[in-house]
Design a binder for this molecule. Structure first.
Ligand code: SF4
Ligand code: SF4
Length: 198
């Protein structure tokens, strides 16, 4: 966490900071105005003349610290890394992680989650589960927003398979594939009436 820095003498006067802000805003205004006008007469066609994004058709790059949807990370052999230690569900302030541990057939592995579910309807996307995990088995680095599901509360519960699949897609196809699939679902919701399944 970045701590608040002390203001220096010139910053405490405020006037210089106000002038810096005005210069920045005016600079951006004239830069984009120039680009726009030059495109009208046929120049700079490959440059973007506006600062806004055509969401949802155009994705805005998220900051690295963005907390997206959860995923359960995998070992090299495709098995889940989670050891069913319950630390994430204990740390969760919304009590929305549900785990059932069971013995593993491999005697070297003590246990694993037979059931691992997150009720995303209750989740507040605080990231405490990720912080609590001692083996880096859960992450929120998918770069996509929480899901929009049809109006059935059970659809908001993300099970083990869903959370593991996200890791596979992320590894095989990258975050863009996850984003595209998410947007496809969003557009389907926007363009057709709900008929029981998206
Ligand atoms: S992000 Fe927070 S609320 Fe959501 S499952 Fe993790 S700990 Fe719980
Ligand atoms: S995800 Fe991490 S913290 Fe949660 S049960 Fe699995 S190993 Fe423990």
């Amino acid at each position: 966490m970045k701590r608040r820095e002390e203001l220096n003498f010139f910053e405490k006067l405020y006037i210089f900071e106000i002038l810096k802000g005005v210069a920045q805003t005016s600079g951006d205004l004239f830069k984009h105005l120039f680009l726009f006008l030059s495109q009208v007469v046929g120049f700079n066609k490959n440059k973007k003349a506006w600062a806004t994004y055509e969401y949802p058709d155009e994705a805005r790059p998220y900051a690295d610290r963005f907390r997206g949807r959860h995923r359960l990370t995998l070992n090299d052999d495709g098995s889940m890394r989670c050891t069913a230690c319950y630390l994430c569900s204990t740390a969760c302030p919304a009590s929305c992680i549900h785990i059932d541990a069971t013995e593993h057939e491999d005697p070297e592995i003590e246990k694993f989650p037979n059931r691992y579910e997150i009720d995303t309807l209750l989740c507040i996307y605080c990231g405490y589960c990720v912080e609590a995990c001692p083996v880096d088995a859960i992450r929120m680095d998918t770069g996509i927003h929480p899901e929009i599901y049809p109006p059935d509360p059970r659809s908001f519960i993300e099970d083990k398979e869903t959370l593991m699949k996200r890791s596979r897609v992320l590894e095989d196809e990258g975050p863009d594939a996850l984003f595209k699939a998410h947007m496809k679902k969003l557009k389907a919701i926007e363009t057709k009436p709900f008929e029981g399944e998206y």
